[in-house]
Every structure is written in C-alpha cells, then in structure tokens.
Write a protein that binds this ligand. Structure first.
Ligand code: PBG
Length: 328
C-alpha cells in the first residue's frame, strides 16, 4: 500500500486548533498531588536544595491547602520535619497522636476539608539514624517489627483525618496489616496508596534535606528499596500490594521509571501514580536557571509524559506552578 503522499501525518499538526483536537492525552490540575513540608514554629523556611519550595508552619500549611483548593489541585501529600530532639532509635514520635504530622492533618481537615490529605507512612522523619524502620545492631532494617509500628502510625494518621495513607517504606506485608487495622478501627474509606515500586534512588537527596534526615542517614536503603536494574520485581511488588488491599499504587522516582508505570498499568489496569521526586524537581530548576530549557515548558512536558505513560496522577513539587499554567 502506498502511503506518502496520500498520508501526511503533519496535516493534523498544521494548526493549534487541530493539535488540540488530536491530543491523545490531557493534563489538568486534577491530575496533581502537591507534596508539602511542615515544620514547628511560625516561620516559612526555604529549602536551599529545592529552590522555590519551603517548609511551612501549621498556619502556612493550611494556607497551602487553601491555595491547592483555589488552583483545583485535589490533594496534598504531607511530610513533617520532626524536631531533632524528638528523633529516636525507634522513631516512636511517629505514633504520637499529637505529633506535628497529626496536628497538620487536623488543621487542614478543619479548615479546608474539601482538599484530600495523603500521609507518608515511614519512620525516616522520626528516627535518629534516618532509616524508614527499626534497625538491629548491625544496622539492618527489621521487616516485621517495622511493619507493626507502621501499622500504628497509619492508624494514628487516619484517626487525625488522613484520607489516603501512603506507606513508602517497602517492608513486606505492611499493606495487609495496615488495611486490617484501618478496617478494625472503622476507617473503611481511608485509602491506601502503596509506594509499591520504590527504588533505591540517588534522586531523593533534596527531600532528605527538607525533612532533616540527610545528615543522619547511616548507609543506604538498598536492603529495602528496589534495585534500579529491576522491572519484573516491580510487577511482583505491585501484585502483592494489590492483593493486600492497596487502592492504588505508586512508582517512584518518576521520569527515569516511566517504563515501570506503563508495564504496571498494562499488567494490572489499576490507578497508578508516579512521584516526580525532589532530585527531578531540582534538575528542572537547575536546567532552567542556566538557560538550558524553559522552566514552564519543561514542567508541562514532563507532567504530560507521566499521563501519556499511564499515570492517573503525579506527585510533584511543581503542582502549584503547573496548575497555574493549566489555567485553573
Ligand atoms: C521516605 C520518603 C522519601 C521520599 C518520600 N518518602 C525518601 C527516601 O526514601 O529516602 C522521597 C521524595 C522525594 O525525593 O521527593 N520514606
């Protein structure tokens, strides 16, 4: 069959209206989850490694929730910068119903109940060694002991009003235990978004500054987070988390792992989210700062790529900028 010149794919690209008409993927503010950092005190604290991102006080975080609502962003992801004096070997501050995280959840849900609150379930902002769980004498993160604490942590967050609990720790079996605990305590509509395929990545550095754990972290997280070499294993992780009751799954980091997003989406046909992590944000900002690319175009192109790959939504520090550009 002869194609050219009868077929010219450029025809549909020749004008803006036609490009819009032929777009296969749409990106809207409703696709965004905005990760925000909360800290004690009353001051806004800019984070040097994440230009344009700050830690906020409780009242600042409530203002961010109002901003999200006004921009059409459906959900915030909350991360606490726990005061250093409260960080311990066992991270017990994580299960204190009056910790910074729980106070932030309550403040947001009191003031702006229509915005969703997603909470991170992991111990790294609460431990003196910066790991996501309980470590033994050799520094190994203990699976079952950690899962038990995470289950309590998720319950405390749900009791404070969290809408989605998101275990980011990569322990085996924790999703099932968290689901059972939530059901047992009447939180039947609290969702679990499992960080199902979370890789041991070099892209998390600025985040660790933001929650104050970078300097504390002993060693690396390779005995629990996944090896970037693996994709089949990601499918097994997703299958297990879904079987244990996850409502949605996450792939993390984002852009370097879009192949994982697409494989997970086609294998399971469930809601898949991706986290465009702190190092990715910093790369875009650094590129824009030296004139290597246009910030706004880079942000929108990368976010569209997540949607095209199969994501239902994206966690991104660029959420407010993107929502503004998308004309909320
Ligand atoms: C910790 C957690 C991390 C991130 C989200 N939850 C860091 C880590 O695993 O060390 C990273 C997010 C980012 O880099 O933006 N459980």
């Amino acid at each position: 069959m002869s194609q050219y010149p009868a077929l010219r794919l450029r025809r549909s690209r020749a004008s803006a209206w036609s490009r819009r008409l032929h777009a296969e993927t749409v990106l809207t503010p409703a696709d965004l989850i905005w990760p925000v950092f909360v800290t004690e005190g009353t001051e806004e604290e800019p984070i040097a490694a994440l230009p344009g991102v700050s830690r906020w006080s409780l009242s600042g975080i409530v203002d961010r929730a109002r901003e999200a609502r006004d921009l059409g962003i459906p959900c915030l992801a909350l991360f606490p910068n726990t005061p250093h004096g409260l960080r311990t070997e066992d991270g017990r501050e994580a299960v204190n119903p009056d910790n910074l995280m729980c106070r932030a959840i309550r403040a947001i849900k009191d003031a702006v109940p229509e915005v969703g609150v997603l909470t991170d379930v992991a111990l790294d902002p609460y431990t003196s060694h910066g790991h996501d769980g309980i470590v033994d004498a050799a520094g190994y993160v203990l699976n079952d002991e950690t899962s038990a604490v995470l289950t309590e942590q998720a319950l405390v967050q749900a009791q404070a009003g969290a809408d989605i609990v998101a275990p980011s720790d990569m322990m085996d079996g924790r999703v099932g235990q968290i689901r059972a605990a939530l059901e047992g305590d009447g939180h039947v509509n609290v969702q679990i978004m499992a960080y199902a395929a979370k890789y041991a990545s070099a892209f998390y550095g600025p985040f660790r500054d933001a929650v104050g754990s970078r300097g504390l972290l002993k060693g690396d997280k390779k005995t629990y987070q996944m090896d970037p070499a693996n994709a089949e294993e990601a499918l097994r992780e997703v299958a297990l988390d879904l079987a244990e009751g996850a409502d949605s799954v996450m792939v993390k980091p984002g852009l370097p792992y879009l192949d994982i997003v697409t494989r997970v989406k086609s294998a399971f046909e469930v809601p898949v989210f991706a986290y465009q992590v702190s190092g990715e944000y910093a790369m875009i900002e650094a590129a824009a700062a030296v004139g290597a690319g246009d910030r706004e175009a880079l942000v929108l192109e990368t976010l569209m790529a997540f949607k095209r790959a199969g994501c239902s939504g994206v966690l991104t520090y660029h959420a407010p900028l993107a929502a503004r550009l998308l004309g909320a």
